[in-house]
Design a protein around this ligand. Structure first.
Ligand SMILES: [Zn+2]
Length: 323
């Protein structure tokens, strides 16, 4: 099988977008490369299944994986951090930065792998490849407010739970940039539609909306989304994300009161959202417009979103499920 050509884009003199070509699709899962005197850094690394694309993309920028010094993880979900373990074999100098609640699952990924296997079954290998443990001595754990110098920038970790309990965003105050991970939602390129990625096990709407307001208050010029690419850190982006986060929650809570299954709830979310995505995609004139809903589904699928809300309501708001 021939590999697709690496897709990279220079966003600033010291900043590159690397497309990890998840499932062979461009524009779904990004990694960011920062360059400069304080060492090459990656922000999120994608799935272990796309490690080769990541390595090719690094080389396509004129840099070498062996020279990576910092691997910054917004959170440990497999589409952001899955490639960390195998990447370290190619990047012997690299240290991994991750929130302290997430770190144990990188050191001992068995639980993470097992819960993914329950969800993905035989598709596990194709989607997530071979994950490897990250040696503890190569991890620096993060807490809110920790600053680090990478490339040419000072990045500050912002503890931003809601999508995941161990989630951090990275704020570059000098450039008004934020690498927000998944807490700023999924917004594919060329289409202005923000989807809340709400997988199990620990989404929390109250924490998430507080995290959204925290990012908004920093007045970011640009959000570098993992799914996908740079977008303006505008009020409308944050408003749309927050509104849809709650609107979807209301759909799931209502369906749960009616006794619907996770698949039925996923279908309800799709019915409420896909027509709008499809219409916007056609209006955008994007070359991939016909596949817009499938591409959003690859970045963050409805079934997992429904399951994430179900767990949240059962755990945090059982009263919302009373008849
Ligand atoms: Zn995630």
């Amino acid at each position: 099988m021939t590999q697709p050509a690496p897709r990279v884009r220079r966003l600033a003199p010291d900043l590159w977008l690397l497309d990890t070509l998840f499932q062979g699709e461009p524009g779904v899962i990004a990694s960011y490369l920062l360059t400069g005197a304080d060492g090459l850094a990656l922000v999120d690394v994608g799935s272990a299944a796309t490690l080769d694309h990541l390595l090719d993309a690094i080389r396509a920028t004129g840099h070498q994986p062996e020279d990576i010094e910092h691997v910054l993880l917004t959170h440990i979900h497999l589409d952001h951090a899955g490639a960390t373990g195998p990447l370290l074999r190619h990047a012997p100098k690299a240290r991994v930065y991750v929130h302290h609640i997430g770190a144990p699952h990188l050191i001992q990924p068995e639980k993470l792998i097992e819960s993914a296997r329950r969800i993905y079954g035989d598709r596990m290998q194709t989607l997530w490849g071979e994950m490897l443990p990250v040696p503890e001595e190569r991890i620096t754990t993060l807490d809110d407010g920790v600053e680090m110098r990478v490339g040419e920038r000072t990045l500050r970790a912002l503890y931003t739970p809601g999508h995941a309990i161990h989630h951090v965003a990275f704020h570059d105050a000098a450039n008004a940039d934020i690498f927000p991970g998944d807490v700023a939602g999924v917004r594919l390129e060329d289409i202005s539609y923000v989807r809340p990625p709400t997988p199990p096990p620990d989404i929390n709407l109250e924490q998430w909306s507080a995290s959204i307001e925290r990012l908004r208050a920093l007045r970011p010029a640009t959000l570098y989304l993992p799914h996908f690419g740079p977008t303006a850190g505008s009020d409308s982006h944050f408003d749309e994300l927050r509104a849809r986060l709650y609107a979807w929650g209301a759909i799931v809570a209502r369906g749960m009161r009616e006794g619907k299954t996770d698949q039925q709830l996923a279908d309800d979310l799709a019915a409420a959202s896909d027509p709008e995505v499809a219409q916007m995609a056609v209006a955008s004139g994007a070359s991939w417009a016909a596949d817009a809903t499938e591409r959003y589904e690859l970045a963050s699928n409805y079934l997992m979103s429904a399951q994430g809300y179900m767990r949240y309501y059962r755990k945090v708001h059982p009263e919302a499920l009373a008849e």
